[in-house]
Design a protein around this ligand. Structure first.
Ligand code: ADE
Length: 247
């Protein structure tokens, strides 16, 4: 997979692209990550990438030429890649979207900084607009890092333990169950007996119940998208009738 980020601040990506799982994924040749300064595609004497808005008003607007030229340059001839605009007005990013994007061969992400975008970029260049949440960042860069990180970790061979991407929060539709490691007792707080029992089936059932409980408690909106057994529905009814949901 190839991911190109168009930004005025490519240096922001050096640490993220070079470290940890993303760094390793590139070393393994699974993904190629590039941060491209679209100022290089300004095509005018002063390398200007933004201008005043027609109709007046405050702020600056990113011009279309540098962005179109940069996308055409990184995309190569005849390709129709996914071109993703990072902006607070975009669709809210989810694990489902990460899974969808991880199936692509090439992604191009566009990051604005302070400025708005000329609407023709949205209309005639971009295929997706993504927001990482209902808050406003100073630029799309940090949002792009979140998207790239969540996509790359889904690529086959990136995570050592393939299962960890399957069972983590959101991939199952539920939040993850509580995890423990040694020591079995720490400052008087002990690990639940079932996890020390060696009884595999009981452990699986306990984890499923914990996942459900945590989701019901913290993110009940997620339960609508999950298939539940008769017994699981009963558990939830019990927590509900209990008021504060004691387990
Ligand atoms: N740029 C500024 N805020 C953003 C957000 N919440 N998501 C994506 N891009 C942004």
């Amino acid at each position: 997979m190839n991911i190109d980020v168009l930004t005025l601040f490519p240096e922001m990506f050096a640490g993220v692209f070079g470290s940890s799982i993303l760094g390793k994924a590139q070393e393994k040749g699974i993904v190629s990550l590039r941060a491209v300064n679209f100022r290089e595609f300004a095509g005018n004497k002063h390398n200007t990438v933004d201008d005043y808005p027609y109709g007046g008003g405050g702020g600056m607007v990113l011009k279309p030429e540098p962005i179109f030229s940069a996308v055409e340059h990184v995309a190569g001839e005849g390709e129709k890649p996914r071109v993703i605009l990072m902006c607070p007005q975009g669709e809210t990013y989810t694990q489902r979207k990460a899974e969808e994007l991880s199936k692509e061969q090439r992604l191009i992400l566009i990051c604005g900084h302070y400025e708005g975008y000329d609407e023709r970029i949205r209309e005639f260049l971009v295929t997706d607009e993504i927001s990482i949440g209902d808050y406003v960042l100073t630029g799309g860069e940090i949002a792009a890092m979140a998207v790239i990180d969540s996509v790359v970790r889904l690529l086959p061979g990136v995570l050592g333990n393939e299962r960890s991407a399957v069972t983590d929060s959101y991939s199952t539709g539920l939040l993850e169950y509580p995890q423990y490691t040694r020591p079995a007792e720490f400052r008087g707080w002990s690990v639940p007996d079932v996890l020390l029992s060696g009884h595999h089936e009981n452990v699986t059932q306990w984890r499923r119940r914990q996942s459900l409980y945590r989701t019901w408690k913290r993110r009940p909106d997620l339960l609508a998208g999950v298939e539940l057994t008769e017994r699981e529905r009963k558990w939830i009814e019990e927590w509900e009738s209990d008021g504060n949901g004691k387990m």
